[in-house]
Write a protein that binds this ligand. Structure first.
Ligand code: ZN
Length: 149
């Protein structure tokens, strides 16, 4: 397994920050893109739901933000067991190598779980689709056999 998180991953704060294109509050509000990204959130709602976010680590989706909210405190209130919250260091540059390693490991495990979940659901859809074709395949096969005998 790849031990290093790709540079364009939501694992990194600067990438999360770039997702806040339609954030409803100004940069001088307590709940601004900078503090949202530092609290681990990236925007997911686009133009239609500008305040929909998700945590890069625990994947908790959240919305309904108020201008005066403290993103870190809200994250703690809703997901106190999030590994990023437990580390309690919003400033990446203050992480030790060991902390970075632990967080990376946790993130990679979650990433594999997310990929497996996606894969599983697409496999289910595919197998349902295949199953729905079985009767016609059997029928056609039978027809062909009859034809050739
Ligand atoms: Zn979280």
């Amino acid at each position: 397994m790849d031990q290093f998180v790709s540079t364009d991953s939501m694992f990194w704060k600067r990438n999360r920050l770039e997702t806040y294109k339609y954030w409803p509050f100004k940069s001088n509000a307590p709940c601004n893109p900078e503090s949202m990204a530092a609290a681990g959130f990236f925007a997911t709602g686009g133009k239609t739901e500008p305040d929909s976010v998700e945590c890069f680590m625990c994947n908790k989706p959240m919305d309904g933000w108020e201008e005066t909210d403290n993103p870190w405190e809200e994250h703690v209130r809703h997901q106190k067991d999030c590994k990023y919250i437990l580390l309690n260091k919003p400033d990446e540059s203050s992480w030790t190598v060991e902390e970075l390693y632990d967080l990376t490991k946790e993130f990679c495990v979650k990433e594999v779980e997310r990929t497996m979940k996606k894969y599983k659901s697409s496999m289910n859809i595919e197998s349902e689709d295949l199953r729905s074709h079985i009767p016609s395949v059997v029928k056609n096969n039978f027809k062909n056999k009859k034809y050739h005998s």
